[in-house]
Unconditional design. Sequence first.
Length: 784
Amino acid sequence: MDAENQHQIQRPKVKKMFSWSDDAPTIPVESSEQTIATIDDGGTQWSRPQNAVSVRHAFKTYGPKSKPNQVLNNLNMTVAKGTIYGLLGASGCGKTTLLSCIVGRKRLNSGEIFVLGGKPGTRGSGVPGKRVGYMPQEIALYAEFSIKETMMYFGWIFGMQTSEIIERLHFLLNFLDLPSENRLVKNLSGGQQRRVSFAVALMHDPELLILDEPTVGVDPLLRQSIWNHLVHITKAGQKTVIITTHYIEEARQAHTIGLMRSGRLLAEESPQVLLSMYRCSSLEDVFLKLSRKQGQQQQAASELNISNNISLSALAFGNKKDNPVYISQESGVIGLNFHQSKEVLISESNNGSTYGLNGSTPALPAAQNQSAIECDDCGVDCCNLTTRGKIRALLQKNFLRMWRNVGVMLFIFALPVMQVILFCLAIGRDPTGLRIAVVNREMNASGECKYEKGCSFSNLSCRYLDHLNSSIIQEYYDDVESAKMAVAQGNAWGAMYFTENFTDALVARIVLGRDADDETLEQSEIRVWLDMSNQQIGIILNRDLQYSYRTFAQGLLEDCDNNPKLGDVPIQFKEPIYGTNEPSFTDFVAPGVILTIVFFLAVALTSSALIIERTEGLLDRSWVAGVTPTEILFSHVVTQFVVMCGQTALVLIFMILVFGVTNNGDIFLVICLTILQGLCGMCFGFVISAICELERNAIQLALGSFYPTLLLSGVIWPIEGMPYILRNIAVGLPLTLATSALRSILTRGWGFMEFEVYMGFVATISWILLFLIITMVSLKLKQN
Ligand SMILES: Nc1ncnc2c1ncn2[C@@H]1O[C@H](COP(=O)(O)OP(=O)(O)OP(=O)(O)O)[C@@H](O)[C@H]1O
């Protein structure tokens, strides 16, 4: 049986009620849906036609209003149920845009679309949901998945049982000549990947298949078998296929062809009618002829200022009475429009329900369609129920993607450990091996610096030098000038000078007290010239030289039976209330570093997650399959939470147990706050992911936010040192109050009821909520 005969048999039984010619009654040119629904023909009620998809007066532009790129320009399209509709047109004419609008991924600027009885995104329509199978132009598959895992993912989303999926998988593997089900998608050839993508669309045997170039990269034999399959599934009149292809001739097997150009349909007709009307042997020739005609008609139409395409059609066919004039009742289809426009299903009123004559699925009665109207603006969420299958699929997808990606796994678990180790080894320890250029006139000619222990006043300079911290390297110079030169040349961090009668002068200074003269005081001084270009080293040398003097003086006084307190400055630092008398910089920075590591790792992981899925067409595919933004977000939150728990455990184990960072507080509070900060970072990552179009922009934003946050959050320097206004800004950042809270828990041992601690929790939770709201709003806006 040839294709044409086949189509005629399969086409739904319809009754031609009237032929539109000049004599035919004129129906006002408005929405056909409304018009047909209101006509009553003596007991035979007109109802909505059995259309799977109808597009009315569709306008769509891209770009700024000042310079719009008009992609759909008053386009009308009607796809009858149980047919294959081949959408053809040159590259860039708007086919993908039209399909995206049909599946609800893009919105028209104006016009209407009905899919399976409702507007896309409403309860009455099939999209999003399992009534539609969508194969986007991009491969839109998870590269890390095997073929079987891919099918499992989409099958579960469509609510299929695992056994059903396996059964269907075997059929599709066979039918589409795919390799082993265990092969990873990334290891398949381009053509094989396309076939897997096609298999995903066929997976759940949907009512409406929307296929954007499924035969690209497919060999002619398989292409033929794909078309045979499409013809087969539409045979019973229950399934409908919309397909775009660049191989115009293969579309001969479609029941209807829509030839698209300049944002409208040049024709919408069966291939056989097109070929005979235009007396062409190929559809390509028909397309060329129609394209040329469109140019002439547009010119003529603008000259005649004719408003609708009845006139354009008349121009196309000369409008002779004896010529059948095939025109659409809507403007937009310029050449032919046969079955959907003129053939209207008769509905038989049966208890208020409307059934197709061929026994096919009834068109939605008006009352039923009410739900579509009620649900019209509620977006996708209200029309989809979360199922366990969907959540299971999304969670498994997230974990599997992570698990299969070695780089990501290293990033998740090795990087935080490495960061902690590096931090503890590199930050906060006292510098060692610092050189001091010493000039000591008390030393003997042989360069020896000897002194007697106990209450002996000989060579006190040597005794003092002996007290110097062992991490300071003493290098002896002959004179002050050369010692200072060594500092100037960077060979030493400081120069130190003892006069030749330092010991005598120091003893006189102690004994004479207030009676000591200026010369005695001067001679008893240790003169030091430091290189203060490096603040940390300068301060540490300064501190060590003073500490050494203190211990030297106290030791000498004690040996001579004097009160060692005489050697102290008269400020007594008692045991600190919190911390120690020798606080460590590590303890100060560690809380901020713990939170920064967990926060920014989460940002890095999530900031590109949605973008990658979006740019690869995966998000669109999942959304069309009925997954909501909330579900996607929820699955990422759960995945991240698990990852975060692991990261928090690693970071805290290494910080506290391995490197001994002080923890005087409740470890449970520490863990809670750290995980919350990780969640906060994750939500910030979602915000970035939702607002950025490109991965590049997301990375820039994530990296760009890192440094200011680090500087302003009091991680490396107390915010009390900032100018007043900046300090107020800093307090508002996500990490600032949390860092203070964690510092108070770790170093002061404070509990949750302390203001500073619970404010850390309150601020973190507030930021999480704010970020989530921003993400949801951005995703909703994007979806619209
Ligand atoms: N997101 C977008 N932003 C701006 N312009 C876009 C966008 N998507 C598509 N376009 C433009 O809209 C026009 C139609 O694109 P579309 O992808 O719908 O064409 P197409 O007919 O599917 O092409 P092809 O057959 O090559 O896939 C093109 O000029 C394209 O550059």
